[in-house]
Design a protein. Structure first.
Length: 205
């Protein structure tokens, strides 16, 4: 099983990209067009009526400032492990195309929450032991994939996709299990689980 990397500093991994950091510099130049012909004299405009003055003053007034986007609510790992459905808020579900807050249930390794998106059933647990991850990846097609700012271990086994992420403790993992609905292509199974895991990571304090 590939090493679960908490901070992307595995040898030969994405950390080497830091050495090749590229700075993109965008410069936009605005230039006014010039004409060689003399401009025709402009006729004097009539004095604005009170109604037109009020309209001009209204249009010239600055627009109301837009509010900054709300930051995701943060929880401790213990809080989310007990109530995993909090790991996806309303904005997350809207972005992922999920309707409803999810359904919580109890499993062998604590609470988990399940959602359905794009024909995929995704369950999330936030306190899985390493031994469980080793069992679920033993006979699968295993690879390492990016999930948010972390590296995750992904295992595909008989149309089921398991994803495990280590945040601060390799022995306590965040994991998703994704099963496609009948008749739905398996191609979106692992991406669905990775998307749910990435969104959940943004809510961990």
């Amino acid at each position: 099983m590939p090493r679960l990397d908490r901070d992307q500093r595995s040898r030969g991994g994405p950390s080497r990209r830091k050495a090749g950091l590229v700075l993109a510099l965008a410069v936009s130049l605005l230039s006014a067009g010039c004409s060689s012909e003399e401009p025709a004299p402009r006729p004097s405009s009539p004095r604005p009526t009170p109604s037109s003055s009020a309209s001009a003053s209204t249009s010239a007034s600055p627009s109301a400032p837009t509010s900054a986007p709300a930051q995701p609510i943060k929880y401790t790992r213990e809080q989310l492990a007990a109530r995993p459905c909090l790991a996806l808020d309303e904005r997350d579900r809207a972005a992922l195309g999920i309707s409803g807050p999810g359904k919580q249930s109890s499993g062998e390794h604590g609470a988990q929450c399940a959602w359905k998106l794009a024909g995929q059933y995704v369950s999330l647990a936030l306190d899985l032991p390493l031994s469980y991850a080793k069992t679920m990846t033993k006979n699968g097609r295993v690879s390492q994939v990016p999930v948010g700012q972390h590296r995750a271990v992904q295992s595909e086994f008989q149309r089921i996709c398991f994803i495990f992420v280590a945040v601060d403790d390799v022995n306590r993992l965040i994991g998703t299990t994704t099963i496609p609905d009948r008749g739905v292509s398996q191609d979106g199974t692992c991406p669905a689980g990775a998307s749910v895991a990435a969104a959940a990571l943004t809510h961990i304090r």
